[in-house]
Design a protein around this ligand. Structure first.
Ligand code: PLP
Length: 481
């Protein structure tokens, strides 16, 4: 694609994107395709001859567009709803054009230093002390992996040199998290060689928060048995219900026993910007490492995860390995080489979209949207609470509501599960909204997660209308007469 052509297609593409962002409701949130439809519609091998961009874009519109799940639809209420704000979309465009590889300071001074600056801004916005140093990874899963790798480095003598396998003198190791913690904790435990059996999943209380008494008891029993506690992962904003663990009390337990504390605030972390949310974050400043995702509730397109650590020297100790060809004249305390703080070498210019988002929305703009999302969630929760045939099954501390249909007089749990599964399928089939589900205390539960920049009371009211109308229809066919 030569200069003139690039300009023509580039301008047309920006127009296309602007139109898409202005009218996301033209598309069903969930695509109406079957598995294999996309593959069958595309050739099985790459073209031998170059093709015109028009032809390629036609195929994008014909084959791929109808098979997209529209995360950018304001009726997207599944998982954790996200959005790409336009400034960050432009940043992604620019980052691809610049193609920076920020492994060493000298391979991109701008990307290296902007990462430090934008993460420092973000740190201040969420009220963490300047003893935390930040680094950007792609996802919270990878951030947690790095946090637990650092915990392992700190706890196990010479683990870098000698590993864990078949080593004499290494006691059994343990990691602790609540039974509501994200599966990424368990994946990290597997990958780091702790083994799934070393993960202690601590039961939760009636509000889905880790039971501190059971955590303490479990750690004490482990110590008595000669087990070495390596890390506790506390969650602020769990995946199913957005409950928060008692971080202050957990931090005290960790301090008493010298255990690494990692806080997973993947979704909720940004809400630390709001004074009303402060109680959920009490004590997180005592963590050794923290993750939260601007690609979840800060309107930055996926992927961008912010990892903060009070002991980045331990992360570097675990990961820094510099072959000859990557030796550079710049080092020391005033220069960061980002390859030293993680597993990957090449890293793209993610900081650009964070920096542009923070400047484009401003802290006040971000706080306003978060507050609006939380207000909408509380309003929806109020409708659920006031309806005789629906019930809310968890508190609503942030912008997610967990609920289920529970018609009067029906107490058969299997029938209720079937009813709610059908309800969710039919509401999602409307194409107007998309909600997802979870299981709580064994029951199938519907989740409404508010997180899109353009979501307003119109979309939330429509979801509620659809749920009520659909319940009437489903009850007749699913419930025993
Ligand atoms: N931790 C929590 C609490 C989450 O809710 C999620 C995903 O929703 C993750 C971690 C994983 O996030 P990522 O997709 O960035 O790895």
């Amino acid at each position: 694609m030569r200069g003139g052509e690039f300009r023509r297609h580039g301008h047309a593409l920006v127009d296309w994107i602007a139109e898409y962002l202005e009218h996301p409701e033209r598309y069903p949130v969930l695509p109406r395709v079957k598995p294999g439809d996309v593959r069958r519609a595309l050739p099985s091998a790459a073209p031998e001859q170059a093709e015109d961009f028009e032809a390629v874009f036609d195929d994008f519109e014909r084959v791929l567009l109808p098979a997209l799940t529209h995360w950018n639809h304001p009726g997207f209420f599944g998982y954790f709803a996200t959005s790409s704000n336009p400034a960050a979309i432009l940043a992604e465009f620019l980052a691809a054009a610049l193609n920076q590889q920020a492994m060493l300071w000298r391979t991109s001074p701008a990307a290296t230093e902007l990462e430090a600056v934008s993460l420092d801004w973000l740190r201040q916005l969420v009220g963490l002390p300047d003893t935390f140093e930040g680094v950007i990874y792609d996802t919270a899963s990878i951030s947690t992996l790095h946090g637990l790798a650092a915990a392992r480095e700190a706890a196990v003598t010479a683990v870098r040199e000698d590993g864990l396998a078949a080593r004499a003198g290494i006691p059994p190791l343990a990691i602790y998290c609540s039974e509501q913690a994200h599966s990424s904790v368990e994946k990290a435990v597997i990958l780091l060689g702790f083994g799934q059996r070393s993960l202690r999943r601590i039961p939760v209380d009636e509000e889905f928060a880790l039971r501190i008494d059971i955590l303490e008891h479990t750690i004490e029993r482990d110590l008595a048995d000669g087990v070495l506690p390596v890390a506790v992962v506390a969650t602020i904003g769990t995946t199913s219900t957005t409950s928060s663990d008692p971080v202050q009390a957990i931090a005290a337990v960790c301090a008493r026993h010298g255990i690494w504390l990692h806080v997973d605030a993947a979704y909720a972390g940004v809400a630390a910007m709001l004074p009303e949310c402060q109680p959920h974050f009490a004590g997180w400043e005592h963590a050794d490492s923290i993750v939260f995702n601007p690609h979840k509730w800060l309107f930055v397109p996926v992927d961008l995860s912010a990892f903060y650590c009070r002991r980045m020297d331990v992360v570097r100790q675990a990961f820094s390995l510099v072959p000859d060809y990557l030796q550079s004249p710049h080092g020391g305390s005033d220069v960061r080489n980002l390859m030293d703080t993680g597993i990957q070498l090449g890293r793209r210019f993610r900081a650009l979209k964070l920096w542009m988002t923070l400047r484009d929305l401003g802290a006040e703009g971000i706080r306003d949207v978060l507050t609006r999302h939380m207000d909408l969630a509380r309003r929806f929760a109020g409708w659920i609470d006031a309806h005789a045939d629906f019930e809310r099954v968890a508190p609503v501390p942030f912008s997610v509501v967990c609920f289920r249909a529970h018609p009067r007089g029906i107490d058969d749990q299997q029938a209720l599960d079937r009813l709610n599964e059908r309800l969710l399928d039919e509401v999602n089939a409307s194409g107007e909204v998309f909600l997802s589900h979870t299981r709580l205390r064994g029951a199938f539960v519907v989740r409404l997660a508010i997180g899109h920049l353009q979501t307003t009371d119109v979309h939330v009211s429509r979801a509620w209308e659809l749920l009520q109308q659909t319940l009437d229809r489903c009850s007749q066919s699913v419930l025993p007469r």
